[in-house]
Design a protein around this ligand. Structure first.
Ligand code: SF4
Length: 322
């Protein structure tokens, strides 16, 4: 079995809801509510779900861009949640992020060279000459040319800007890249190019990816395993092929039935999700999906289902609890 790079155990992030006038705590939003998973070296773990399901918050917790309310994050035997600022800086060289909107994450007043050099300067890596050399190398790796280094973000197309975002993430030679909806803002034709680029880079640099997206079709192309989240909880996790061929959780089935199939003759079962996504500030009792599930039973309304491991296919649903 491949070695684990990252282990997440019982991760929670509750955001307080406060009274505007006096700042008193009125409640909390359970953005991430007891999530556990691991990531093997060299694999791509996809995390999918509707907006507000906690997938992006999970990504930010892993980088410690926000602090967890509870739980453990172990990266290469180091417990990230308890690291000092200095230790955390070292780990951040190894974990980088690619964001959905490259335009917002690239400083418009900086040239591409300044943008790409920045992570090296922050981490005190290399001389000026070495940094310039790496900028050129990484631009070539992502399919751009060295003369692009003198240009500014607004002079590029959306796809090229995402290539710059990827080059920036690669500058510190990371081991793990957390890509948060990296192709969602791009045209469909460009999406495939960026996904292929990410796959090539993964092979070349033996990278591990966490690929966060709302689009199951996109996640399928790149992921070895896929985790599905709903209202802050992880409800199903399996090998990509297994999850798409044999989804167990009613929510995953519904999500998959909404993904268009390229072959019009191929019949697939349509499962509708009823009703609106409940507010994470007031999630339903028991199974959080029970208000929209067509297979809801009495126990689902009161008791949160525990996760069951069926030959490496994890599912949290009473239909599969013994
Ligand atoms: Fe549906 Fe119950 Fe399973 Fe939740 S636990 S998904 S309500 S069957």
């Amino acid at each position: 079995m491949s070695k684990l790079l990252l282990e997440v155990d019982g991760l929670k992030k509750y955001f307080p809801i406060t009274d505007g006038l006096f700042g008193r705590k009125k409640g909390e939003v359970k953005a991430v509510d007891d999530v556990s998973f691991n990531v093997k070296k060299g694999e791509t773990l996809g995390i999918v779900g509707e907006s507000g399901c906690g997938k992006s918050t999970t990504g930010r917790l892993l980088m410690r861009l926000i602090e967890a309310s509870e739980g453990k994050i172990v990266f290469e035997d180091k417990e990230i949640t308890s690291l000092s600022k200095t230790e955390l800086r070292k780990v951040r060289r190894d974990i980088q992020m690619v964001f959905q909107d490259p335009y917002a994450s690239l400083n418009p007043r900086h040239s591409v060279e300044q943008i790409l050099e920045e992570p090296l300067i922050v981490h005190g890596i290399g001389s000026k000459e070495e940094r310039k050399k790496r900028v050129k190398e990484m631009l070539e790796v992502v399919g751009l040319s060295s003369y692009h280094a003198r240009r500014y973000p607004h002079q590029f197309s959306g796809g090229q800007r995402q290539r710059i975002g990827i080059a920036k993430a690669l500058m510190t030679k990371p081991k793990l890249i957390i890509a948060d909806e990296p192709v969602s803002a791009l045209d469909v034709s460009i999406q495939a190019q960026v996904l292929n680029l990410m796959k090539d880079i993964q092979k070349e640099f033996q990278l591990t990816y966490i690929f966060i997206a709302h689009d199951l079709g996109v996640v399928r192309h790149i992921s070895d395993r896929v985790a599905v989240m709903y209202l802050g909880r992880l409800i199903e996790l399996a090998e990509s092929e297994e999850l798409y061929e044999n989804p167990l959780h009613p929510y995953t089935k519904a999500l998959l039935s909404a993904v268009p199939v390229p072959d019009p003759d191929l019949k697939k079962e349509t499962v509708l999700i009823e009703g609106e996504l409940p507010s994470p500030a007031n999630p339903p009792s028991g199974c959080a999906f029970h208000t929209r599930c067509t297979e809801c039973m009495e126990i689902c309304k009161t008791t949160r289902p525990t996760e069951r491991n069926i030959n490496g296919h994890y599912v949290a649903c009473h239909l599969f609890n013994e």
